[in-house]
Design a protein around this ligand. Structure first.
Ligand SMILES: [Zn+2]
Length: 185
């Protein structure tokens, strides 16, 4: 019984550690964070690899490697996945991809960029995520009042996006689905 208060304290500390709660790894569900700061738009995606390529083990066969390269290429075409209002005149500046189940080379990271890739952590029991960071800069950020998210068309295994938006004083959560894929703030 003496150990109980210590265990409780450890559990509380563990629960308090993440700055924003990481979602449980659930196939079909990904987390999206959208942050607008001055003329910059930062989007981060944390998705089960299964929802992007249909498996979560390291790509071994040529077909599996092709699937990872193809998913990475679609993610790097981020201006078509995250469509900003034309009036905001946003330009995609950089994309970083990382996964414990795919090498940086397979994801299209160069040696220079892979040092700055998002922290990718392995999930328990053979599961793996793919993390992406997408940076845009907008010439008319006042017009940046929303975003159309086209991840569902690019990755049909993805069914739900849990979204956090931080834009100026606006902070809100949202849930996007194939039927409702527009964010407004
Ligand atoms: Zn999984």
């Amino acid at each position: 019984m003496r150990a109980l208060p210590l265990l409780c304290r450890a559990a509380l500390l563990a629960a308090a550690l993440p700055l924003h709660a990481a979602p449980a790894h659930q196939h079909g569900v990904a987390a999206l964070n959208v942050a607008v700061e001055d003329d910059r738009l930062h989007v981060t995606l944390e998705a089960p690899l299964d929802s992007l390529v249909g498996f979560e083990h390291p790509a071994r066969t040529p077909a599996e490697q092709h699937a990872v390269r193809d998913a990475a290429a679609r993610l790097r075409d981020a201006a078509t996945l995250f469509v900003t209002p034309a009036a905001a005149r946003c330009r995609l500046e950089s994309v970083r991809l990382a996964s414990p189940a795919a090498s940086p080379a397979l994801l299209g990271e160069t040696a220079a960029t892979s040092a700055a890739t998002p922290h990718a952590h392995a999930e328990a029991a053979g599961h793996a995520d793919l993390d992406g960071e997408f940076h845009f800069r907008c010439a008319a950020p006042a017009a940046l009042r929303g975003l159309e998210v086209n991840l569902f068309a690019a990755f049909p295994r993805l069914r739900t996006l849990d979204v956090q938006v931080a834009a100026g004083e606006h902070q809100r959560g949202a849930r996007l689905t194939p039927a409702g894929r527009r964010l407004v703030w």
